[in-house]
Design a binder for this molecule. Structure first.
Ligand code: ZN
Length: 656
């Protein structure tokens, strides 16, 4: 059993397990499609350094120095300092910087400053550390690595502090939160019905008392890196499958050249319209979770192609989008009269890059622009080869047996979990985020720092509510009226306790998805208590000193979910910041330390890594004597995690 799982596991360190994934049916693509995938994967991999720099301005110099130390080390590899350094290096690579990819907290090095200084001192002079350190001094870099109070959190979401000055991410410089908010309040026209995504592709900086935006584009910030992205997009162009896809690639190139967010909107609209192509991709400044104000997009890349067999399932769900919107338990004023163009498909990822690498989402719904979604629709995907890799690696790890209340829940999960997970992703991504509407004049950013958490909660609760709807059985996407119970149990157990394995003792919940799950679960627990029933629908129980989650009434739970969906939709539609903040602060931030310790203890016994990510396969082109590509091959297992990271650092990095 263990050997089986090890086939998928390529590295293990700290709280991380690195897996590999397969790209099934790549061989069945046409040569043209394979070439398209190849150049798009090259374009995707070129954006890596932009993300590193966005995550913190010290990330790249630290990576360059640490990689130099790592590759030149000649000492004892059993030495404790070296082992601690090796782990730190692997953590850096995984997080694309010095802050944990999920908790946002800065890594604590287990090696001494003295040891690192010694290693740097021994480096060959020709390594050009001067280049790596441009604009930075060695003492400054060492302070960033070793002073745990300095740059301690990447994205601060705490209540009542200046989120800009207290976050280490590299999106703002010399500005307070108030100044940033005032700047955009002046810029935004409340009457504009098609606003651009302000700040998405720029850094906001105060220079000589003036606020200016520096844009990532050709000729702008990271211009040389972006030239490489554009070059590969241009190489991909001749292999486009159809005119629409060609337009998509051309409009993305135009946007990278101009940096104009109106061009990005044009690109997004063309991208939504491209439904016929087998191959698809994401490449650019996309999700804004890494900005405490939720405006700036982290660089992300992914190339994928449609998994036709599995897509049939999500097509049924999206074809019925209007039915779900009409029957949603929300106020009629918040309902979309006409749901447009919700398309969903199951895809096979061919490459993960930028903010999707090595840790990756299993579902994506884009674009993020509210008015484009409303007028042109959105594309929603779930990534089946990634989910399959997770499931294969998790099989038989003992987690459910340890944390679930009884054998009945364990069996329920065995029978339905993979199924329910997929449906949950479909409902969350292709219906949940796209459902409902803002009241006229409501600022889409009204929920400010809590916007991401509340939006994820809204999409999740939508999925939970409908998972138990007989309509899904009627549509043939759920097997019976028992299956949803596996989803409910899993979600409550995770939100109430087991997700705590992902954070350290004493930490609050910071990440938007974790907060969303806690919000839903703890709100529901409280709601069940209020009902004062002899047996609450949802409760914590103790057995042999261990805590368990019990669900006594699944249908009642669904009723509560409906209530919460109505309230979350009201908060979003009205832009009720106060009510949203209260929900988040009451249910989604604080952690019960006793329960947390218990969960960590039990989890430790299972020896499972709480976070997983992936190494990419390699793509190799074969050419004939005339230089024409004759084939593209996908290669697995040719390099380790460390080898891949070092290669990416060499092949996809250029001095800016
Ligand atoms: Zn979501």
């Amino acid at each position: 059993m263990a050997t089986e799982a090890n086939n998928w596991s390529v590295d293990r360190f700290a709280d991380i397990e690195v897996l590999r994934y397969e790209v099934p049916a790549f061989e069945q693509l046409s040569l043209q499609q394979k070439c398209l995938v190849y150049y798009l994967t090259e374009a995707a991999q070129w954006g890596r350094d932009i993300l590193w720099d966005q995550n913190c301005k010290y990330n790249l110099p630290i990576r360059h120095i640490c990689e130099a130390v790592y590759t030149n080390y000649k000492g004892d590899r059993n030495d404790a300092e070296w082992k601690a350094f090796e782990q730190y290096m692997k953590q850096l690579w995984f997080a694309n910087g010095i802050h944990h990819h999920y908790s946002n907290a800065k890594f604590k090095p287990g090696f001494s400053q003295q040891w690192l200084e010694q290693q740097i001192g021994q480096l060959p002079a020709e390594l050009g550390l001067g280049v790596a350190l441009i604009g930075f001094s060695a003492p400054e870099i060492e302070r960033v690595i070793f002073d745990s109070t300095y740059m301690s959190i990447k994205v601060n979401q705490a209540d009542g502090v200046d989120l800009i000055t207290s976050s280490a991410c590299n999106f703002y410089e010399g500005l307070t939160q108030q100044e940033v908010e005032d700047y955009y309040a002046r810029l935004k026209d409340p009457k504009d019905t098609t606003p651009v995504m302000y700040g998405l592709n720029s850094k906001l900086v105060k220079e000589d008392g003036k606020i200016v935006e520096h844009t990532w584009k050709v000729g702008g910030m990271y211009g040389k890196t972006i030239e490489h992205i554009v070059e590969n997009l241009q190489l991909a162009l001749p292999y486009a499958e159809n005119d629409q896809q060609r337009t998509v690639i051309e409009s993305l190139i135009k946007y990278y050249n101009s940096g104009d967010l109106k061009d990005f909107d044009t690109y997004s609209i063309e991208w939504v319209k491209d439904l016929q192509s087998k191959v698809d991709f994401i490449n650019g400044f996309i999700e804004s979770y890494n900005d405490p104000l939720g405006m700036r997009g982290s660089w992300e890349g992914m190339v994928n192609f449609k998994d036709s067999a599995n897509t049939a399932r999500t097509e049924i769900v999206s074809a019925n989008a209007q039915w779900f919107e009409d029957h949603s338990p929300i106020d009629d004023r918040f309902r979309k009269p006409v749901v447009k163009g919700v398309t969903a498909k199951v895809i096979t990822a061919a490459i993960l890059a930028g903010d999707s690498y090595p840790a990756t989402p299993i579902g994506i719904n884009l674009p993020n622009s509210n008015w484009i979604r409303a007028q042109h629709g959105s594309k929603s995907v779930s990534i089946d080869n990634i989910t399959a890799a997770y499931d294969a690696a998790a099989a038989g790890n003992g987690f459910n047996e340890e944390f679930m209340w009884s054998e009945a829940e364990v069996q329920q999960a065995k029978k339905y979990a993979h199924y329910v997970d997929n449906i949950h992703t479909d409902l969350h991504e292709c219906l949940g985020h796209g459902s409902g509407q803002l009241l006229p004049g409501v600022d889409p950013d009204a929920l400010k720092a809590h916007g991401s958490t509340l939006e994820e909660a809204r999409a999740d609760i939508f999925a939970l509510y409908y998972m138990a709807d007989p309509k899904l059985v009627e549509l043939g996407v759920m097997p019976d009226m028992e299956a949803y119970k596996a989803g409910y149990y899993q979600q409550m157990m995770n939100g109430l306790m087991t997700q705590l394995v992902r954070i350290l003792p004493g930490d609050n919940l910071e990440e938007a998805h974790m907060r969303n799950r806690a919000l839903i679960a703890y709100w529901t627990l409280e709601r069940a208590k209020q009902d004062n029933a002899e047996k609450p629908a949802l409760e914590f129980c103790k057995r042999d000193g261990k805590s368990y989650v019990r669900i006594n009434d699944y249908q009642k739970l669904r009723q509560y979910f409906g209530e919460l969906l109505g309230e979350l939709q009201r908060i979003k539609s009205e832009g009720d910041y106060e009510a949203g903040r209260k929900l988040v602060e009451t249910y989604a931030v604080k952690v019960d330390p006793t329960l947390h310790n218990e969960v960590l203890e039990r989890y430790k016994g299972l020896d499972i890594a709480p976070y997983k990510g992936f190494v990419n396969p390699r793509y190799q082109i074969a050419k004939d004597a005339q230089g024409q590509i004759t084939d593209v091959k996908v290669i697995y297992g040719s390099e380790s995690y460390v080898e891949q990271m070092l290669r990416y650092g060499c092949e996809y990095s250029v001095a800016e």
